[in-house]
Design a protein around this ligand. Structure first.
Ligand code: 5GP
Length: 189
């Protein structure tokens, strides 16, 4: 999506460790108008998907998931991150290794809000190595629900996450696909 690519080129910063800093508009200060446009694009792409629920993970996926949910008139389920595996019985839980923090978290959702009847669109800010996506897909699978797609605002294609998701038969849709990035130089697909 040209609008997002232009914003990344203008304001994104490539940091050490293959990290793109976009906190001026996507996950610290939020560019509300831009994120609303991204939500509208997601709604168009998945209009025929049959999704009845959007799933994301706290904290940085929430704004995009909210924007998509508002346009699609769907509720947004926000998976919580826990440090420990000491988890109660009423939840689905999956381990996720954090690319940015290099720590392992457990993502959890209440069994009350995810069931076998659900068709779930998963939304996150970034797709990198696919760990977060795999954790969220595991929650969907544990519930016996169906994932109808995975959406990332920004995909770093060289980190290989897409193949893991597609291997599960789930469509991947990214609003900006980066094929290569170095300080001062970002190339889109
Ligand atoms: P993955 O699990 O696919 O390796 O990484 C996805 C998660 O890590 C996302 O939820 C996102 O919060 C974070 N992440 C991965 N790469 C980046 C990046 O380049 N910049 C930022 N800001 N977050 C990232």
């Amino acid at each position: 999506m040209k609008l997002l690519e232009d914003k990344i080129l203008k304001e994104g910063k490539v940091l050490e460790g293959d990290i793109l800093k976009v906190d001026g508009f996507l996950n610290h200060r939020l560019d509300v108008a831009l994120i609303a446009d991204l939500g509208a694009d997601i709604a168009r792409e998945f209009a025929e998907s049959g999704a009845n629920l959007i799933l994301t993970v706290e904290a940085s996926g929430i704004s995009l998931a909210f924007a998509a949910g508002e346009k699609m008139s769907l509720p947004v389920l926000v998976a919580k991150k826990h440090r420990s595996l000491n988890i109660s019985e009423g939840v689905y839980a999956a381990p996720v290794f954090s690319f940015t923090h290099k720590t392992e978290n457990t993502v959890v959702v209440s069994k009350e809000y995810l069931s076998a009847a659900d068709k779930v669109l998963i939304v996150d800010d970034f797709l990198a190595s696919g760990n977060a996506a795999m954790g969220l897909l595991s929650l969907v699978e544990q519930a016996g629900a169906k994932a109808v797609g995975f959406v990332a605002a920004i995909e770093k294609m060289h980190q290989g996450g897409r193949a893991l998701i597609e291997a599960k038969g789930v469509k991947v849709y990214s609003l900006a696909c980066i094929k290569e990035m170095h300080p001062g130089d970002i190339k889109f697909n």
